[in-house]
Design a binder for this molecule. Structure first.
Ligand SMILES: [Zn+2]
Length: 448
């Protein structure tokens, strides 16, 4: 039972062999690899013990379960502010800065730690039911976000936020110390939690402060996660104030020297893209949020060509308005092709990698996002026995998965070998209670 009184169940690891009609491992070196009649062995440590055709594998690590359908890695949402599920859909129609100042921040200002906890439970449940096993969260209330993900069983990259409004006289030092301490106490990859640092943006803080935060993240090998070039006006504002782009300023202040994730990247120019590619940095592509807020379309094909790692993210559920990463997975190639007038841009395996292996790389999580022996058994089963997967052919399967696939076909989900969704039902938390509390708390925040 958590502080919110919502019942939770600790689901144990289930060592077994899952035999499916198809297994899509999403390995970076063979992204189009599909194993017909494949199996995935989940070891007692929650890691993948073997992947392949059952007749090629050794003895199974537990019961053999013929699950049918298609198994693929759990999807990875690289940029989210999930507790914002409690303020889903607010301020529709406002441009970014007005949306933040007039709609979002006043409501978030009233949020209590327990509200954030319930908001994270709600969004985390939504993601798991959609087959999204990992999310990278940029938010305050980091302890509550961690506790909620621990309850639902999701994998979490928590990057506690640094925003100027919460500093005294612009002094970010106390908050950096707090996050450093939080990293020390909560960074537990074996327990599904990694911790990073998240300055809101270079326009909210100063380039020097961002450099300082990056240095502290680099000192502990943590992810540096920052909003980057989301809107044109933000780009122009930074250029006018500093005579350089946000990316150039980050590079000048040493902020690209560790694992770096820039969220959005809609307005990055060629020099920015080259700098990010040379630094080995990543961009969180959030197409649906960018479209909803009218921010534009990120140059994803150009980013990938420059060697930038790209993963897809939903952004917060207030600007999306859901956490269904299948929509981003489909929008990414559609927008790349449509905006580039190029039907060959972003083939299906490349699109799929933006939500699997590429996304995991963007979060510096080598053991996630692909089905390889030794990696975490974060898996999703997709039902293929539905009209939109008929007819089914091996040569079109991945195209089908990207362009006709949907969260509504996800039936079962494992995180670190624990079956957290079974038969479309969340096994770890009482979803009805979470939704009821979510509604109640959202009503209070809205002043209803
Ligand atoms: Zn964001």
């Amino acid at each position: 039972m958590s502080v919110t009184g919502i019942e939770t169940v600790d689901v144990p690891v289930e060592a077994c062999r899952l035999v499916a009609d198809y297994v899509v491992p999403c390995r970076a070196d063979t992204p189009a690899d599909v194993i017909a009649g494949g199996a995935v062995d989940i070891g007692p440590d929650g890691r993948i013990a073997a992947v392949g055709r059952p007749d090629e594998l050794g003895p199974p690590p537990g019961p053999v379960r013929a699950v049918g359908g298609l198994l693929l890695p759990g999807l990875v949402n690289v940029h989210a502010h999930t507790p914002m599920s409690l303020i889903r859909s607010v301020g529709d129609g406002l441009p970014l800065m007005r949306w933040l100042k007039e709609a979002v921040w006043p409501l978030e200002g009233r949020m209590t730690p327990d509200d954030a906890h319930v908001g994270m439970l709600l969004g985390s449940a939504e993601m798991l039911l959609a087959g999204v096993t990992t999310s990278c969260e940029m938010y305050l209330f980091e302890a509550e976000v961690v506790a909620a993900a621990a309850s639902t069983g999701a994998r979490l990259v928590i990057t506690p936020g640094v925003i100027s409004a919460l500093t005294r006289n612009g002094d970010v030092e106390p908050r950096i110390d707090e996050i450093t301490e939080f990293h020390r106490t909560h960074h537990r990859p074996g327990e599904r939690v990694t911790v990073g640092f998240a300055p809101h943006s270079i326009y909210d803080l100063t380039p020097a402060q961002c450099g300082e935060i990056a240095a502290r993240a680099q000192a502990v090998g943590a992810l540096f996660h920052i909003h980057l070039e989301e809107t044109r006006s933000e780009r122009e504002q930074v250029l006018a104030a500093h005579g350089a782009t946000a990316t150039q300023l980050l590079a000048d202040h040493g902020a690209l020297e560790g694992p770096t994730l820039g969220a959005h990247g809609v307005w990055l120019d060629e020099t920015d893209r080259r700098l990010l590619g040379e630094a080995g940095a990543a961009v969180a592509h959030c197409p649906q949020s960018n479209l909803k807020l009218g921010s534009g379309i990120a140059p994803v094909a150009e980013l990938l060509a420059a060697g930038v790692t790209v993963g897809v993210g939903t952004d917060g559920p207030a600007s999306n308005d859901d956490l269904d990463l299948w929509e981003e997975l489909r929008l990414a190639p559609l927008l790349a092709r449509g905006s580039g007038h190029d039907p060959e841009a972003m083939a299906a395996p490349a699109a799929l990698s933006l939500a699997t292996s590429g996304a995991a790389r963007a979060l510096a999580l080598p053991d996630v996002g692909h089905l390889t022996p030794g990696t975490w058994a974060d898996l999703v089963r997709v039902d293929l026995d539905v009209p939109s997967f008929t007819p089914l052919r091996l040569d079109t399967l991945l195209t089908h998965l990207v362009f006709a696939g949907s969260s509504r076909f996800v039936t079962d989900v494992w995180v670190a070998g624990r079956p957290v969704v079974a038969g479309r039902r969340l096994a770890t938390v009482d979803l009805g209670a979470v939704m009821a509390q979510g509604q109640q708390r959202a009503d209070r925040l809205a002043g209803a």
